[in-house]
Design a protein. Structure first.
Length: 199
């Protein structure tokens, strides 16, 4: 999950009052009473923290966000050093992976330690697109060992595919507990589940 706070914000030298500020890996979002600024990560030119103030540089900036100490430093570090997809998924050296579906080429290099059977994997991933495929995710989850976790990867923001609530409801009803969500890539989201008794 990202970072979220309510703080006093100054945009390009002009105070805009209190605003909700949210940082996800892909963007920084500032929502005030009369302002809404969404800054893609690629457009952030720099971030620093001093005296509890987070200062971010971007095309319309700078933006100064009064988060206080030590939050400002934490936000600056997250912006400058965003977590990798592998770290968000919990993939560490030695983590064994079982993957079912079509994943992007970068993921193949991020998760090299593959096993042939789901029962031997620390992490399982399954890509689904349509509601009937939820049965495949449930069946795969039931093959994992008690301390393993399964990520269900599905398209985000589309009405013609499976959606978040369908994934959550189906997996919960099947005896799994959702523990985390993260953006998998530009087009897909991932939800993490464990056996209910393992939480």
């Amino acid at each position: 999950m990202g970072l979220e706070a309510t703080a006093k914000v100054t945009l390009a030298g002009k105070p805009i009052g209190e605003a909700k500020v949210q940082h996800e890996g892909a963007f920084l979002l500032i929502r005030g009473a009369a302002h809404r600024v969404k800054i893609p990560a690629a457009d952030l030119k720099g971030a620093s923290a001093a005296n509890g103030i987070l200062r971010v540089e971007f095309a319309e900036g700078p933006a100064e966000i009064d988060l206080g100490d030590p939050a400002a430093a934490k936000w600056a570090d997250k912006i400058l050093n965003p977590p990798t997809r592998a770290s968000k998924l919990g993939i560490k050296p030695g983590t064994t992976i079982y993957a079912q579906g079509k994943f992007d080429r970068d993921f193949e290099t991020e998760a090299p330690d593959r096993v042939a059977t789901p029962a031997k994997a620390d992490l399982l991933l399954i890509e689904i697109t349509h509601p009937p495929e939820l049965a495949d995710a449930i069946a795969l989850g039931r093959k994992m060992h008690a301390k393993a976790a399964i990520w269900v990867v599905y398209p985000k923001g589309r009405k013609d595919t499976v959606n978040e609530m369908q994934v959550l409801n189906a997996m919960r009803e099947a005896g799994f507990t959702d523990t985390k969500v993260c953006g998998f890539n530009a087009t897909h989201t991932a939800l993490r589940f464990v056996h209910r008794k393992a939480r």
